[in-house]
Every structure is written in structure tokens, then in C-alpha cells.
Design a protein around this ligand. Structure first.
Ligand code: SF4
Length: 481
């Protein structure tokens, strides 16, 4: 497939075979579905929004927790009924569940093909074979594959913010995690293809990119012809930030053991790199962190947070937590709550442990924390985090933030929503602004999840210059020891 950076929006055409796609799980799956639509569109399919119109249904699945998989099985039952109405309909299962439950899925009466995360280029050919009457399965890993030459077809609605994958797979072996088993070994994408994709997004009016990887901090690309030529994550961030100072740059997901101060200084250098870091911690107990194989201690995590706040004083930090991991004691749980009180995360994603077959934890440890205790601990973590997030948002009342408008607010048709550089959702009356504008919003109220404000001034493009200058002047006086 040649290098095709064009048509980054779906091209509806009722005359072509109709493709309907459902996406579940993380941002990586969202971006993968955009790659899938690009491959299918190039093969002569057209994306449709209604299942009834579909000739092919593809479901991009998540395996991170059991309830995610149960949901997919529910969808497959619905597709089985759909096939009764339309026997020629073809159904394919993609994503992490395809990699984990390949044979079981292929035996499902509704399923015609099962395709793993490294085989999306083969979809048209596999569908061709299915139309000859043979169910198809392709879930083998391809350590070279990162779809670098494929221009994802953006399926978002706002045309403002887009995901750009920079790595695929993961080399960490967190004991609870299924990702390495379903997405394979880590590989970094060549920086030129990332740069090209971002330039294309800017040319198509996008105002923000989010660089994606299971662990962006281990991004490392080396020129196969000249190993002295390589690029690490801090250098890639700089490369992307320099493309257009009006383009916001975000990234997901960082790893405490790999995050370098180089990344933090690069964030401090470029005001268009947003001051928000998502740094999953999972637990505040060293005993549990060791069992999870997270490869850092509570103390090392806190040291990383201290360095982030020294170099980037107004940087927001969000975390991930798992409640009720194997052998977690009340004291381990208390250590998690005390770490939350020490770090004061601005936001967090919180879950209870769900054993995943095939993982180290499932093989070696007992899932011995009763479900009701897991739920009780999760509720305590959520309650504490809501309180901390509310305090964090209350500290923003009276402040003015530059907000990139992403779309209409769910609260009121008279309001827009957007995010501050700290990744906080802000809602405010529309006035004369429009989606894609940068506006200055002064905060006058909040909830634990949302900042509520009003536009104080439209920020003309030139405004960014003054921010760059103020940033560089801040750098002239490095952190006082
Ligand atoms: S870093 Fe750990 S939790 Fe994250 S994807 Fe890799 S193995 Fe899973």
C-alpha cells in the first residue's frame, strides 16, 4: 500500500458495500478503528452509521476487564439477530478480544472472521475469502507492523482533536495486564511518518493532537541504516511541538519508571505542549506494586511527582488505581489512600481488580480479595478522589485559562465545552465563539468533574507569541534549588 495521506474524513457512498464499525475500550482502539476504516475505504467500502444498512459489521473489542468482554458477547448476540434479517451480512471481531479468544469467537454463530491488532491490512482479502463461504482468522503478531503509511480516517465529530499513535504493543509485564498478550511486543513508529500525519491534521484544520502509546516514555526510534541516529520521546515531543505553535500537543500514557526529566524540560520549553501528565500508579503499597510487577516503589513514584511539580509548577497530574489486587490487605489499601492524599491527583481512573486469564497474576496469584471488599475499597478511593478533584477545581475559581472549544456542552445548547491545558473540562456560554477557537475562560464555579466559567476574551492567534515569550522568560530563571 503506497503512502496515502489524503481523505482523512469518511467518504459516504451508498453505491459501495457498506461498513459499520463499533469501537470499545481505549484511545488506542479508537485510533485503530480509524486505521481500519482507511484500509476498508481504500478497498472500496464506504462507512455507514446505521447497522441496518451494513454489509459488513466490524467490532473492535477490549479485553482489559471481564465486563468489557461480556458487553461484546451481548453485541454478538444482537448481530446474530441482524444476520437473520440479512443473511449476506458479514461480521468480524477485531482488537484485544480477537487476540485472546480467537477460536471461541470464531465458533460464535454470528462471527465470520477474527482479526488481531497487527493484521488489519489483510481485512479486505480476508473478507473476500469469507464471501467464498470460509470463516477466517488472522491473529498472528507482526513486530514490524505500526501502520505508519496509513492515514487514519478520522471518525470524530469535532474535527478539533485527533489521536496519533507513536508506539504499538508493550514490553512491560504488569502482572494483571492482558495488553502484551493481545497487542504484542513494543515497537516505535518512525518519526517522519508521525510528523507527516500531524502536518496533514493541521492542514485539515485540527488544533490538537494526542500522541498515543501504552507507554509513550519508552518511545525510541533508531535509524536501521545508521544506529547513531535515534529519537527518544522528549525529542519526538519537540519535533511535534515545532510543527505549529498553535497546535496543542498532548500524550498518553506515561510510565513512572521510564519518564525522563528530558520530557518535563521539553514540556516547559514549548507552551503548546499541554501541562497535563497521566501517570498511572495503581497502588500506594510497595508490597502490591511489587506483586503487580510495576517496577517502581511508592517512594520512587512520589519522587517523580516532586520532580514534575518542580519543573512544571502548574502541571495537572492524573492517575490510575486498581482496588483489591491479589493479597491486598487493609493496610495496603490504606497506603493507597494516603498516597492519594499526598499526591492530590487532579483526576483519576479507578477500577477494581478483574482477573484476566493468561496473565501472570491469574497464573501465580489467587484472586482472593472478596468482590464486596473490592467494591467497598473502590468506593472509598472514588469518594476520596472526588473530594480531591473538587478541591483542585475550587483552587481554579477566579483563574483564567486558555480553552480549546471542542463542541456543545451536554449541560446546555447555549454552552460550549473544551479543555484547559491541564486537561480539565470547562463549560461556558457560547457568545460569538465557535468550535475550534481558543478562548480565554475565567472560572467562577465548579464541580468535582467540571470547571464552569465565562469567556473573557477571544485569543487571536498572535496571542500565543506572548505566551511563548513569557514561557522563555520563566526558563531564564531555572528552578531555585
Ligand atoms: S504498562 Fe503495564 S498496564 Fe500498561 S499496557 Fe503495559 S503491561 Fe499493561
Amino acid at each position: 500500500m503506497t503512502n496515502k495521506f489524503h481523505t482523512i474524513r469518511p467518504v459516504p457512498n451508498a453505491l459501495l458495500p457498506q461498513l459499520y464499525i463499533e469501537t470499545y475500550g481505549c484511545q488506542m482502539n479508537v485510533n485503530d478503528s480509524e486505521v481500519v476504516v482507511s484500509v476498508m475505504q481504500d478497498a472500496g467500502y464506504s462507512l455507514c452509521q446505521e447497522m441496518d444498512k451494513a454489509d459488513v459489521i466490524l467490532v473492535n473489542t477490549c479485553s482489559i476487564r471481564d465486563n468489557a468482554e461480556q458487553r461484546i458477547l451481548g453485541r454478538l448476540d444482537l448481530f446474530r439477530l441482524q444476520k437473520k434479517k440479512k443473511p449476506a451480512l458479514k461480521v468480524g471481531v477485531l482488537g484485544c478480544m480477537a487476540g485472546r479468544l480467537e477460536k471461541e469467537l470464531l465458533n460464535h454463530v454470528a462471527v465470520d472472521l477474527v482479526v488481531g491488532t497487527d493484521a488489519y491490512r489483510q481485512l479486505p482479502k480476508l473478507l473476500e475469502a469469507v464471501s467464498q463461504g470460509n470463516k477466517q482468522i488472522e491473529t498472528r503478531f507482526n513486530p514490524q507492523e505500526n501502520y505508519a503509511d496509513i492515514s487514519p480516517v478520522r471518525m470524530d465529530t469535532n474535527g478539533v482533536s485527533a489521536f496519533v499513535s507513536i508506539t504499538r504493543g508493550c514490553n512491560n509485564a504488569c502482572a494483571y495486564c492482558v495488553v502484551p498478550f493481545v497487542r504484542g511486543q513494543e515497537r516505535s513508529r518512525d518519526p517522519q511518518s508521525i510528523e507527516r500525519e500531524v502536518i496533514e491534521l493541521v492542514a485539515n484544520g485540527y488544533k490538537e493532537v494526542c500522541l498515543l502509546g501504552q507507554n509513550v516514555d519508552s518511545y525510541l526510534w533508531a535509524d536501521s541504516h545508521d544506529p547513531t541516529k535515534y529519537l527518544n520521546f522528549a525529542q519526538l515531543l519537540e519535533l511535534v511541538a515545532l510543527i505549529d505553535p498553535k497546535l496543542r500537543v498532548r500524550f498518553l500514557t506515561s510510565h513512572p519508571k521510564d519518564m525522563s526529566s528530558g520530557v518535563l524540560y521539553t514540556m516547559a520549553m514549548y507552551p503548546n505542549i499541554c501541562n497535563h501528565i497521566h501517570l498511572p500508579v495503581q497502588s500506594g503499597s510497595n508490597q502490591i506494586l511489587k506483586k503487580m510487577n510495576r517496577k517502581y516503589t511508592r517512594e520512587e513514584y512520589l519522587e517523580r511527582i516532586k520532580t514534575i511539580r518542580e519543573i512544571l509548577p502548574d502541571c495537572a497530574v492524573s492517575g490510575d488505581f486498581i482496588a483489591g489486587f491479589c493479597d491486598e490487605t487493609p493496610q495496603d489499601h490504606a497506603n493507597t489512600l494516603s498516597l492519594m492524599n499526598q499526591v492530590k491527583f487532579d483526576q483519576a481512573f479507578m477500577f477494581q481488580y478483574s482477573e484476566r486469564p493468561g496473565t501472570k497474576a491469574a497464573k501465580m496469584y489467587q484472586d482472593n480479595v472478596p468482590e464486596e471488599v473490592k467494591t467497598q475499597r473502590l468506593n472509598e478511593i472514588i469518594a476520596l478522589q472526588n473530594q480531591i478533584s473538587l478541591e483542585s477545581n475550587r483552587r481554579d475559581i477566579g483563574k483564567t485559562f486558555e480553552v480549546l472549544i471542542e463542541g456543545p456542552s451536554k449541560r446546555s445548547p447555549l454552552e460550549y465545552f473544551g479543555r484547559s491545558p491541564q486537561n480539565k473540562v470547562c463549560v461556558f456560554p457560547k457568545e460569538n465563539s465557535k468550535v475550534g477557537d481558543y478562548v480565554q475562560v475565567t472560572i467562577h464555579n465548579c464541580s468535582s468533574a467540571t470547571l464552569i466559567g465565562a469567556i473573557t476574551e477571544d485569543l487571536p492567534a498572535a496571542g500565543l507569541g506572548s505566551r511563548i515569550r513569557s514561557h522563555i522568560s520563566k526558563l531564564a530563571h531555572p528552578i531555585q534549588p
